[in-house]
Design a protein around this ligand. Structure first.
Ligand code: 2HA
Ligand code: ZN
Length: 267
């Protein structure tokens, strides 16, 4: 049975490839920078979910109590986004978490070892599902302008950073309504980074990792990309103004608050 006959699944894989291409063309994915995981379980038939494993089970460090039987497309370790864009199944794989949540195997299309950030991606999916959030997507990338801001101590403050970026353009307040969480520097791929990120996900859908990159969660991969792209636009306006020698005025508190009822924002 070929997974490629499943049109719904393949459409989702195409959207992942589309976003991988954007990450590369935006300059946010140097070398193997960034990684993507998407929960595709709901797009698969019972038969596909039970496909024979391509690999032995690989143990997980933590038990994923909410992920038993869930299937994810995950980009491969060391893989370049520019190649994921061209051929997502040659540079990523479908992994299946065991029913006891303690290991995973691979079911398609080739056994590609998952991203070094897999433990953190799975911990996040586990947290999100356990909390009833249908956030199927975890997207991590390295936008130059946004990472640059994390080198400026005053911006390592969620309220200050959120307020500054929101106030550059109305869209930013609308597209990133829960604001930005900040995680102080941790070793990439570490569980400390994952646990610190999960704390931020209680209040935010986008988290900045100091001097490293951005992580966004959401229901849809294009929307996750759009949120980061809009933040990047705001950062460019802010930084361009500073480079031109002036402090940008920013929208007023009233102008920002008026967007909440006008666009039916919850926050
Ligand atoms: O996958 O971006 O954080 C490479 C990374 C690790
Ligand atoms: Zn990274």
């Amino acid at each position: 049975m070929s997974i490629r006959k499943n049109a719904c699944l393949m459409a989702e894989i195409e959207r992942i490839a589309e976003v991988a291409g954007y990450l590369w063309t935006k300059g946010w994915a140097e070398r193997n920078g960034g990684n993507i995981s998407v929960n595709v379980t709901a797009l698969m038939t019972e038969e596909e979910r039970n496909l024979p494993a391509l690999t032995d089970a690989v143990p997980l460090q933590d038990t994923m109590n909410s992920l038993g039987g869930q299937i994810f497309y995950v980009t491969g370790t060391g893989r370049r986004m520019r190649y994921v864009a061209q051929d997502p199944f040659a540079h990523g794989a479908l992994i299946r978490v065991a029913t006891d949540g303690r290991s995973y195997d691979m079911i398609a299309e080739q056994p590609i070892a998952p991203t070094s950030e897999l433990p953190s991606h799975l911990l996040m999916h586990n947290y999100l599902l356990a909390n009833g959030r249908n956030n199927r997507v975890v997207l991590h990338t390295h936008p130059t302008d946004l990472i640059g801001l994390t080198h400026c101590r005053p911006f390592l403050d969620s309220e200050k950073l959120t307020r500054t970026l929101w106030s550059m353009i109305p869209e930013c307040r609308i597209v990133v309504p829960r604001g930005i969480g900040i995680v102080p520097y941790e070793i990439p791929g570490s569980l400390d980074l994952a646990h610190a990120t999960i704390k931020q996900l209680a209040h935010h859908d986008v988290v900045f990792w100091e001097k490293h990159g951005i992580l966004a969660v959401g229901e849809d991969i294009i929307e996750c990309f759009d949120a980061i792209d809009t933040l990047s636009k705001s950062a460019q306006i802010y930084l361009n103004a500073r480079m031109a020698g002036f402090e940008p005025e920013g929208m007023t508190d009233q102008q920002l608050d008026d967007l909440v009822p006008a666009f039916g924002l919850d926050h």
